[in-house]
Design a binder for this molecule. Structure first.
Ligand SMILES: [Mn+2]
Length: 410
């Protein structure tokens, strides 16, 4: 049984990433990135915390309110300064909140030797603003911490010189290193081991929430405490709702169950969808749809190659879906525009980038290059039949084309 407890990618990755960022920004720039904190659910109850993924990308720290400061005084690496601000250790507070990172641990994870406590941050940011530094940040970060800093910057008359690094960071994040592919592969392995247990546990009449509970429990047992997203489990007609949020119904004999799920490892996501017959045997229509979706996946895989685009893969896959739906009698042979008609049954995109975010950062027009990782999820939903589903696997693009990181369902 795989166990990803405490798993993380090597420190050297973060050193490399920060060096890329330093190379990209101009001399006299200070990059400020925020981990953020969990939003309040109600009163004193907060949602689970996940550090801002761009912050995490550059230091690997998963602790609330932490701030990364990268200062480029000159072009030579010895003129690049890295500081990480974290909470100080506070035994009284830690009785409630759990142990905070020690300075040495933060250094060990991130490779940053200058670890400071958060109480110094405000004054030191003021100092920077007082000097002639240009400020750079991630404009897609919607956290209150960044907003508060934004106000400070605006008040300091330095607003003209703020640079948004999100576009450049996207270019870095969208191409995965071998260490990142390893992390994603581990996350996939957790998800797949859990799915194998789940498939053995299915029985007609079980409730959607029991399916949910088994899948989540099996991933948690393997050390994935925080999933890529909350597992979706929908039976029967509920498979016609893509992000079905209320899994409480029984799955009757003869019905399909849709599971869309993904564990995390070292902060990295997986994303796998399976469609099972709850009684273990697909009927004729279920089998026909399953085969068509697998056909679509084949088309998608053949189209995911260097130089291709999301739009191209979508279009080719929809052609395969349209042809299949015509054979099944759902799109009339007389239909003049099958690519338009297929929209009635093909509701979502065929693929998305996957990494630190499950729907990872990207520019949708971006031309595919080796190192990209995608979740490929053709889905066909047939209201006339009362069900539909997607089958989803994760792939890595190399010079030779796309190859599965997960093990496709048959
Ligand atoms: Mn997906």
């Amino acid at each position: 049984m795989i166990d990803v407890t405490g798993y993380r990618i090597p420190q050297s990755e973060y050193l490399k990433r920060r060096a890329s960022l330093f190379t990209k920004i101009e001399e006299g720039t200070a990059v400020v990135l925020f981990a953020g904190k969990a939003p309040v659910a109600s009163l004193d109850e907060a949602y689970p915390f996940l550090a801002n993924r761009t912050f995490f990308y550059f230091c690997g720290i998963e602790q609330e309110n932490s701030v990364l400061l990268l200062i480029k005084r000159g072009n030579a690496p010895e003129d690049w300064e890295e500081r990480l601000y974290i909470f100080p250790r506070e035994p009284e507070k830690e009785k409630w909140t759990g142990r905070r990172l020690a300075t040495e641990e933060a250094e060990e994870i991130s490779g940053i030797s200058d670890i400071r406590t958060l109480d110094l941050l405000d004054k030191e940011l003021d100092d920077l603003l007082g000097e002639s530094f240009n400020i750079a940040w991630d404009e897609t970060d919607i956290s209150p911490a960044r907003a508060a800093f934004g106000k400070k910057v605006a008040e300091s008359d330095r607003f003209d010189s703020v640079t948004d690094i999100s576009g450049f960071v996207t270019m870095l994040r969208v191409v995965k290193s071998p260490a990142e592919v390893d992390a994603i592969t581990k996350a996939i392995q957790v998800t797949e081991e859990a799915l194998a247990v789940l498939e053995q546990s299915l029985y007609p009449g079980m409730r959607e929430c029991e399916v949910f509970a088994i899948q989540e429990a099996e991933m948690i047992k393997r050390g994935s405490l925080f999933q890529s997203f909350s597992t979706i489990t929908a039976g029967g007609k509920n498979t016609l709702c893509l992000h079905y949020p209320t899994p409480t119904e029984r799955i009757e004999d003869g019905d399909m169950i849709q599971i869309d799920t993904g564990a995390r490892a070292g902060g990295y996501c997986s994303d796998i969808s399976r469609a099972y017959a709850v009684n273990g045997k697909r009927n004729e229509r279920q089998q026909a749809l399953f085969e068509l979706i697998c056909e679509c996946k084949k088309t998608a895989l053949a189209t995911i190659k260097p130089g291709s685009t999301i739009a191209k893969v979508n279009e080719e896959t929809k052609k395969t879906a349209a042809a299949g739906l015509r054979d099944l009698g759902l799109i009339p042979h007389s239909e003049k525009n099958p690519l338009e008609a297929v929209k009635k049954y093909y509701w979502h995109n065929t693929l998305h980038h996957m990494g630190l975010d499950v729907h990872d950062v990207c520019d949708r027009e971006m031309v595919f290059v080796p190192g990209m990782v995608f979740a490929v999820e053709p889905g066909i939903y047939i209201p006339e039949w009362g069900f539909g589903f997607r089958v989803e696997d994760d792939v890595l693009l190399s010079q030779e084309g796309a190859r599965y990181l997960s093990h496709p369902q048959s």
